[in-house]
Every structure is written in structure tokens, then in C-alpha cells.
Design a protein. Structure first.
Ligand code: HXC
Length: 260
């Protein structure tokens, strides 16, 4: 398959893996072929020792305009139930243990917004627009939107977005905590990759433990989460990199992490 036909483009930059959603004519509408390919690319980077962090991005105009409405329009309940729509391929991202950054320019609508929400860090270009407009189709933000959005920005703002299809610009999304940082449009690519490269330079098992711990905060009580975190902290003392990191600090030199 050549680059024009590939629904995702995959490249590496040092220890950073980059996946670019590539259905520009459909504003990167997320069909099964794209979600299968995205999942495959993510799992391949996750399994690759040479990769420490992953960036998912789209075009200057659209991160993704949502699930592919043309594909879905005539599906029946039995079609989606039997094929386990969404769970089957969209949720592959939940299995990725390395940090994943969404670099979002333009539209992040519906499933596009939900995909960004499933990433660990969201870097938004100033032209980014976030919405869950499924209600306009009499549908529902069913790729995690009704669950991750309230956890990210609180019930009041999430209800407003889900029930009224309100569109947030990048500044609002930043203010509400939907995105991690906003950068000028022309800097999105470089800043996102630089952030991923910085992260990928740290000890991979420490990054994985932190990601797992922060995710646990979403899904458990404080007591349970603190208990989980404490075990992760104790486990750091079994890591070569943690000893290297602390000794390097004391010896006033750069650490040499071996990701062990
Ligand atoms: C399929 C889509 C699409 C989508 C855009 N296109 N979004 N095709 N699925 N989600 C197609 C258009 O049909 C059009 O094709 C081309 O991309 C360009 O789009 P335009 O509408 O002409 O562009 P523009 O006027 O700039 O408007 C951009 C837009 C609008 C505001 C993002 O396209 C839009 O509202 N899209 C739908 C957004 C949406 O409802 N998303 C939620 C989907 S449901 P042609 O062939 O005419 O050029 C969802 C549910 C997920 O995500 C949860 C699980 C089900």
C-alpha cells in the first residue's frame, strides 16, 4: 500500500513513534479500517524497545471528525452487537502502556474528541475545536465520551457539551482541562514531537508505572489508588534506572537510563 492509500501513516523520530490519521477527504472520519490500522500501529510501537512515547496526529484541518457516519448509517443493532463495535478495535488504545500524546489541530469531533480523551496528554493547536455532537444525529458519544469527559472536565461542562453539542475552542478546552497545553498552529507538530522525545528520554518502566498509577486515579477510591501508588513507588527501588537516576543527581551528572 502506498502512502496515499494508507489510512494511517507511521514513522519514527528517535525514540518517538508517530501515527498520522490519513483520510483527509473525509476529515479523518474513523472507520473500521482506520481504527484497525491505528490499533495495529499502537501495539507495534508499544512492543518496540526502541520506542519510548507515541504521538497520534491528524491533518491541519482535522484531528478526526468522528466515527464514520457513512459507514454507520445503515448498521443494525445486531451488526454492532455481534461485531462488538468500538470495544473490538477502538479500545486497543487502552492496552498501550507507553505514554500516548494526541497532537490535535482543527476538528476533534465525536469519536475524534473521544480518541483524544483516550490519550494521556493532549496538545492542541490554536485552531483546534472539540465537540461531542452525536446528539445532532440522535446518537450518543459511545466511545468513552460520556465517561471520560465528565472525569476530565466535570459534570456541568460535560453535560453541556454532550446534550447541546457545544463546540469548545482551544482556549476553552485548555481552561476546562480537556487539553494539556495549547500551541500556535505552526508549532503543533514540532512541539508535540519535542514533548514526546523529552518523555521518551526518561526511564520507560518509570513512565509506565506513572501512567498506570494516574489511570488508577480515574478508576478507584482514593484509599485504593494511594495503596496502588505506594506499591508502584516501592517497586521503583527494584529498578536499575531509579538507582542510576538518584546517583546521577548526587554525582551532578546526566543519568544513563537503560530502561530496566
Ligand atoms: C463521515 C464525514 C464525517 C464523519 C465529515 N465527513 N465528517 N464523513 N463521517 N464523521 C465528510 C463530509 O461528509 C464531507 O464529505 C467531507 O468529510 C468534508 O466535510 P464537510 O462537512 O464538507 O466539511 P466542513 O463544512 O468543513 O465541516 C466540518 C465538520 C462537519 C463541522 C467537522 O464535517 C461535521 O459536522 N462532521 C460530522 C461531525 C460529527 O457529527 N461527528 C460525530 C460522528 S458520530 P463529502 O463527500 O461531502 O466531501 C461519532 C460517534 C462516536 O463520532 C461514538 C461511537 C458511535
Amino acid at each position: 500500500m502506498n502512502a496515499q492509500e494508507s489510512v494511517v501513516l507511521v514513522e519514527t523520530r528517535g525514540r518517538v513513534g508517530i501515527v498520522t490519521l490519513n483520510r483527509p477527504k473525509q476529515l479523518n472520519a474513523l472507520n473500521d479500517a482506520l481504527m484497525d490500522a491505528l490499533g495495529e500501529a499502537l501495539l507495534a510501537f508499544d512492543a518496540d524497545d526502541a520506542i519510548g512515547a507515541i504521538v497520534i496526529t491528524g491533518s491541519d484541518k482535522a484531528f478526526a471528525a468522528g466515527a464514520d457516519i457513512a459507514a454507520m448509517a445503515d448498521w443494525s443493532y445486531m451488526d454492532v452487537y455481534r461485531s462488538d463495535f468500538i470495544t473490538r478495535n477502538w479500545e486497543t488504545i487502552r492496552r498501550v502502556r507507553k505514554p500516548v500524546i494526541a497532537a490535535v489541530a482543527g476538528f476533534a469531533m465525536g469519536g475524534g474528541c473521544e480518541l483524544a480523551l483516550a490519550c494521556d496528554i493532549v496538545v492542541a493547536a490554536e485552531n483546534a475545536k472539540f465537540a461531542l455532537p452525536e446528539i445532532k444525529l440522535a446518537m450518543l458519544p459511545g466511545a468513552g465520551g460520556t465517561q471520560r469527559l465528565p472525569r476530565a472536565i466535570g459534570k456541568a461542562k460535560a453535560m453541556d457539551m454532550c446534550l447541546s453539542a457545544r463546540v469548545l475552542d482551544a482556549a476553552e478546552a485548555d481552561r476546562y482541562g480537556l487539553v494539556s497545553r495549547v500551541v500556535p498552529n505552526e508549532r503543533l507538530h514540532d512541539e508535540s514531537i519535542a514533548l514526546a522525545a523529552r518523555i521518551a528520554g526518561y526511564s520507560l518502566p518509570a513512565l509506565m508505572a506513572i501512567k498506570e498509577s494516574v489511570n488508577r486515579a480515574w478508576e478507584s477510591s482514593l484509599t485504593e489508588g494511594i495503596g496502588f501508588e505506594r506499591r508502584q513507588l516501592h517497586a521503583r527501588f527494584a529498578s536499575d534506572d531509579a538507582h542510576e537516576g538518584m546517583h546521577a543527581f548526587l554525582e551532578k551528572r546526566e543519568p544513563e537510563f537503560r530502561h530496566r
